[in-house]
Design a binder for this molecule. Structure first.
Ligand code: IVH
Length: 669
């Protein structure tokens, strides 16, 4: 057969298998026997083996049977599944401990449960009266996909637990992963073991999941009815007693110094393990203390992942592109010859900014060392000058943004220096590059979280002129979309559904989604708590009362200037107004049945054994609120050590009740 004929034949087989996948997985009505299906798959594999030029993204060699389903039912986690913040060195660890001491307002001896961080994907298992009733993926942390049947195929997961002391109602959480040898045996073109685990776990058909030897180790809990256990290390022992696998290298360690030396040793030994480990997790061992410390927006204050250091490899720079970020920053990115670094194929590496290119004298065609550490974007570390070609020329950084605007460098008032980063002056949606990034941010997980409208889709819709502004998302031409390649009736109706769902959004998420520089999730939350409703927020903006935001603890001049600059642009304001008419923006969900409802508090002076932040959370958890000025709205002034006399005086004059820390805590008990 001629090459063209072989290609044609191959394409035909690929189409066949695509159709059968659809019958089987989407419509649940197979048209051929399992044996015929396997034969078809084998034929495709053999063709690919024989003729290396045959490739297709739809080939079964690129996936297990079928692409992971988008159609799993979702379920809200009873307790959110958060991620961990990362530490890369001793300094990070020390600052992690320092933050804990600051929060507690006291230095105490800490004890850590140290656990290897297996690089898989997390799952939550709900047991009621000893029976596994539901299993979910992490999803976006708030809600996950119900993958009970798939999880049940994993041998390490007990279906029934009969121990007397096993909690009546509990979510057990842990990691699903695949061992290195097993991964090597299923040569299925997955980039790494983690992808293989994730792909097989999210198969529509649990029989496909069963084919892969997945493992599970348990390490924490979500919901836990009447927990009497006092330490994480005791919880781990209980898990083992109840029949779960736990990691054999779990350990209890007391000081940062000992953590550091254990990390060093483990980092060298990890290659002998049967599975990939990308760091160690340190958790405060005392569970009461964990509860006190609580969470920031994304991660617990009581735990951190100490990553292993970078892996690196050499490659060649094929091109240097300029990427424009959401805030206008121009980032040079090297397109390199694809190279495998620690199990991940890397083809792009950041060059950070113009100054870095000059400092390292990075040029097109150079052989460079590329480093990849944990989740950090791969970056170019150095140039191998011996390999530089004679004809190579210095790289000239463009003076303009690809959109045509001249770039600027901002003056940093704190360091009294110009920033290294060149920026396109952010003129709302005028710069096309910035606009696309803004829309990507708008739909991202922590913003409107529109499933099915990923970054790639946004780019595609942008290129097809289907969207220009965020509001266009709510007025899409679905008839046109359903005719696009890769889209069908089902995917269009899924998209429609998730866009509709996203219209209901809380005020803090909405403020974050607008993508104002320096207004991240935490600050968006602060603004939302302060303004309470979208109407109030817009009124403050319209009347240019930006300085009112200075009343908010945590909002400073940087944020205010950024807000001012953003809204100076009339088109930005119009977009927000338009969006607020389309969306259903709910006020911040406040806890409305605590003991301190309708009570306002303010602190002055130093509290003992507790930071302001912890005190504030304690009040808010009990439905009260903390204000930052003494006025008629204030109900209680709580005084600690060395209070500001003026505040106490003002409070007396206004007849505001004054409480000691002890009296205040008594209100709660
Ligand atoms: S505890 C709130 N313990 O790391 C803390 N996580 O970035 C939740 N992981 O999504 C996680 N080993 O997939 C915890 N011993 C361990 C872990 C572990 C691996 C993963 C897990 C999680 C991610 C956090």
């Amino acid at each position: 057969m001629k090459e063209s004929e072989i290609k044609k034949y191959y394409k035909q087989k690929i189409n066949e298998i695509k159709n059968h996948n659809k019958y089987y997985f989407e419509e649940s009505s197979p048209k051929i026997s399992d044996k015929d299906y396997d034969d078809l798959k084998k034929e495709i594999f053999n063709l690919e083996k024989k003729y290396s030029y045959l490739k297709s993204t739809s080939s079964p060699s690129n996936s297990l049977g079928y692409t992971p389903s988008k159609n799993f039912v979702k379920s809200d986690h009873r307790v959110k599944m958060l991620s961990l913040s990362n530490a890369f060195n001793l300094k990070d660890l020390e600052s992690f401990e320092k933050k804990i001491f600051n929060y507690l307002n006291k230095k105490i001896e800490l004890e850590y449960s140290v656990e290897p961080k297996i690089d898989g994907i997390s799952a939550s298992l709900t047991y009621k009266n000893g029976l596994l009733v539901m299993g979910t993926s992490r999803g976006d942390g708030t809600s996950g996909e119900v993958i009970t049947e798939n999880l049940k195929t994993i041998n390490d997961i007990p279906l029934k637990i009969t121990n007397k002391d096993f909690p009546k109602d509990i979510d057990i959480r842990g990691e699903v992963f695949i061992e290195k040898d097993d991964f090597n045996n299923i040569k299925n073109n997955f980039a790494n073991p983690r992808n293989a685990a994730s792909g097989s776990l999210r198969q529509k058909n649990p029989l496909e999941t069963k084919k892969i030897p997945l493992k599970f180790v348990a390490y924490t809990y979500g919901y836990f009815e009447s927990n009497k256990i006092k330490k994480q290390s005791d919880f781990l022992s209980s898990l083992k007693k109840w029949g779960f696998k736990i990691n054999e290298h779990n350990k209890v360690i007391k000081t940062v110094k000992d953590l550091e030396s254990f990390h060093k040793k483990f980092e060298n030994d990890r290659f002998d393990l049967k599975y990939d480990v990308d760091g160690l997790v340190y958790k405060i061992n005392n569970l009461d203390l964990q509860n006190r410390l609580g969470f920031t927006a994304n991660s617990p204050r009581w735990a951190i992942a100490h990553k292993f250091s970078a892996n690196s490899a050499y490659s060649i720079i094929k091109d240097i592109n300029i990427q424009v970020g959401r805030t206008g920053a121009l980032t040079p990115v090297a397109r390199i010859k694809p190279v495998n670094i620690g199990g991940v194929v890397v083809s792009n590496a950041t060059l950070h900014n113009e100054d870095e290119i000059i400092r390292k004298d990075i040029r097109l065609g150079d052989t460079v060392k590329v480093e990849r550490a944990g989740d950090v974007i791969p970056h170019v570390v150095l140039v191998d000058l011996k390999k530089r070609k004679k004809e190579s020329k210095k790289f000239v950084f463009p003076k303009k943004c690809p959109c045509g605007f001249d770039t600027i460098k901002e003056f940093n008032k704190v360091t009294k220096k110009y920033d290294a980063v060149k920026r396109c002056p952010d003129r709302g949606f005028e710069c096309e590059k910035i606009a696309v990034e803004k829309i990507k941010h708008f739909i991202s997980k922590e913003a409107l979280n529109i499933d099915g409208l990923g970054k790639k889709v946004v780019e595609n819709f942008w290129n097809l002129k289907l969207i220009r502004y965020p509001q266009d998302i709510f007025n899409l031409d679905y008839a046109k979309i359903s005719k696009l390649e890769g889209w069908g009736d089902l995917s269009v109706s899924n998209l429609k559904y998730s866009i509709d769902q996203s219209k209901k959004v809380s005020l803090d998420r909405f403020i974050y989604s607008i993508g104002i520089r320096h207004i991240g999730i935490e600050n968006a939350k602060l603004l939302a708590e302060y303004t309470k409703s979208i109407t109030n927020f817009l009124n403050l903006i319209k009347n240019k009362k930006f300085n009112e935001f200075l009343n908010i603890d945590g909002i400073g001049e940087t944020q205010i200037n950024s807000l001012k600059k953003f809204f100076e642009n009339k088109s930005n304001y119009k977009i927000i107004e338009k969006l607020s008419s389309i969306l259903n923006i709910s006020d911040l969900k406040l806890n409305k049945d605590g003991k301190l409802l309708n009570n306002t508090f303010m602190f002055t002076g130093k509290l003992s054994n507790m930071s302001r932040a912890e005190a504030k959370s304690l009040i808010e958890e009990n439905s009260g609120s903390v204000v930052s000025a003494v006025n008629k709205k204030l109900k209680y002034l709580i005084i600690g050590e060395k209070p500001t006399n003026r505040k106490v005086q003002q409070a007396r004059e206004l007849g505001i009740k004054i409480l000691s820390q002890k009296e205040w805590l008594n209100l709660l008990n």
